[in-house]
Design a protein around this ligand. Structure first.
Ligand code: SDX
Length: 437
């Protein structure tokens, strides 16, 4: 386990309300914005803080991931995302996120074989699928099957037992590719393909996804490398909506499978992980470069409800560093597949160019995010649009479980329970039915 420091007091903020003054500690971490610790505010001044979508709130201390949104920097345990994407493998990044340090050779081999020996699902889980409609969205299947895992692996759901937490983490990371691939197989009516442990993590997922019993399957090394990179780029992203959901659910002592199911549900929305699917739908609707100006006009019209999907981010006010790597990977994948002319990619590049020159996007600091190019690569790799968000969930499972473990190991963890500004009716007496007008 990496030695990580807690935040330290770096100053004091003074807040005056009427005739009372509160001295609030200002906390600083290793990098990033300092935070005013408002935990004693209610006792000292009798007020809460109000920050409905948490735009100005740090919800926890974490030593896993750091983002500098102004500079477009993303670090996992201190390592820049571009270095990890270039040199590492997904399971090595998973080890890093979970344990805090890059593994040595022996540690990595042990971790790889530990994950790859837990890839099969309890056979009874198979029967779950027959209860779904064939056209069920794979995110619905993922959410349900992951939630149901707590019923199949009750030996690893004691959240207060360190060993059981570790086993659950392995089970989640190892089995999520099988669940994701099987959701697709069920959609298309093909037989489920069982995992092959001799393959790497990414290779095994591609195999379970694409292989059919009638033919030999030969993994393509370039596509496997691209898959691995896509997984690395989605692995963790500090306290995003789905990770915060996992932490909130976990703060109650709920079992890890239930918490990850909650995270999957949260990721599904188009403002979050569902954006990769929405980007492709948007590009299909725009249809042709000539239609971009009209589309941009709609985006700028607040009443239209139309957003440029794959653009904008709560934290990045600069390029999302993952989007740059994703764009490069996109060209590599299309090159490998011999796709010289991909209208969706041409359209995306033109859309990006026009948006980056338009004052609406420039003044709001809206740049492409991780989802802008990922869909085009996944489409080229043969994934149907509705599988894009499940693949994001597959990768993010590592981040969710690392963040959940970190929270469970933090002795200061207690149930997350925000407050509110109540705007409903003041106290009033019950009126009997016959006296109501
Ligand atoms: C992910 O948080 C994470 O880390 C998430 C993620 C991860 O790895 O976990 O990075 C993954 O979720 C990426 C984001 C995917 N979503 C999309 O691509 C959907 C499109 N983008 C947005 O809806 C939006 O930008 C969000 C949801 C990503 C961020 O929303 P915020 O922080 O609440 O920003 P905002 O809505 O307050 O926007 C500020 C301004 C507003 O205009 P004004 O009211 O100031 O005039 O920018 C406008 C917004 O209307 N705006 C957009 C826009 N995004 C913001 N206008 C048009 N198109 C957009 N995409």
């Amino acid at each position: 386990m990496a030695q990580t420091a807690s935040s330290k007091q770096v100053g004091t903020a003074t807040l005056t309300l009427g005739d009372k003054t509160a001295s609030l500690p200002v906390l600083g971490g290793t990098l990033g914005t300092d935070c005013v610790d408002v935990r004693k505010l209610q006792n000292e001044l009798g007020v809460f803080t109000f920050d409905p979508s948490y735009g100005a709130t740090a919800s926890c201390e974490s030593s896993i991931t750091y983002i500098d949104g102004d500079e477009g920097v993303l670090l996992h345990r201190g390592y820049p995302i571009d270095q990890l994407a270039e040199n590492s493998t997904f399971l090595e990044v998973a080890y890093l996120l979970l344990n805090g340090e890059l593994p040595n050779k022996a540690e990595l081999e042990k971790f790889n074989s530990g994950v790859m020996r837990h890839t099969m699902l309890h056979e009874q889980i198979r029967s779950f699928w027959s209860g779904f409609r064939r056209d069920a969205h794979p995110m619905a299947m993922l959410c349900s099957v992951v939630g149901a895992m707590s019923a199949f692996y009750p030996d690893s759901i004691n959240v207060h037992d360190e060993r059981q937490r570790e086993i659950s983490a392995f089970r989640m990371i190892a089995k999520i590719p099988t669940i994701t691939a099987w959701a697709h197989k069920y959609n298309v009516g093909q037989p489920f393909v069982y995992p092959k442990n001799e393959y790497s993590y990414a290779e095994n997922f591609l195999y379970m996804f694409h292989a059919v019993p009638a033919e030999d399957y030969k993994p393509n090394p370039i596509l496997t490398a691209a898959m691995d990179r896509i997984l690395i780029l989605h692995a963790d992203h500090e306290q995003n909506a789905s990770t915060s959901t996992v932490r909130l659910a976990g703060s109650t002592g709920a079992n890890p499978f239930a918490c990850i199911a909650a995270g999957i549900a949260s990721l599904w929305g188009p403002a979050h992980g569902g954006a990769n699917e929405a980007v492709l739908k948007m590009l299909a609707e725009i249809g042709h470069k000539d239609n971009i100006p009209e589309f941009i006009k709609q985006v700028k019209d607040k009443n239209s409800g139309v957003k440029l999907m794959g653009f904008g981010h709560r934290v990045y006010k600069n390029f999302d560093p993952r989007a740059k790597i994703m764009q490069k990977t996109c060209h590599e994948v299309l090159g490998e597949l011999g796709i010289k002319d991909e209208p969706m990619l041409d359209l995306a590049i033109e859309l990006e160019k026009i948006a980056l020159e338009d004052d609406y996007f420039v003044s709001r600091k809206l740049y492409p995010n991780v989802d802008f190019y990922s869909g085009i690569i996944l489409k080229a790799m043969g994934f149907p649009t509705q599988m894009f968000t499940p693949i994001f969930a597959l990768a993010r499972t590592v981040g969710w479980i690392s963040q959940w473990k970190e929270m469970m190991e933090d002795p200061s963890n207690r149930i997350s329970r925000p407050r509110q500004i109540y705007t409903g009716a003041p106290t009033r007496d019950y009126v009997p039915l016959e006296k109501r007008g």
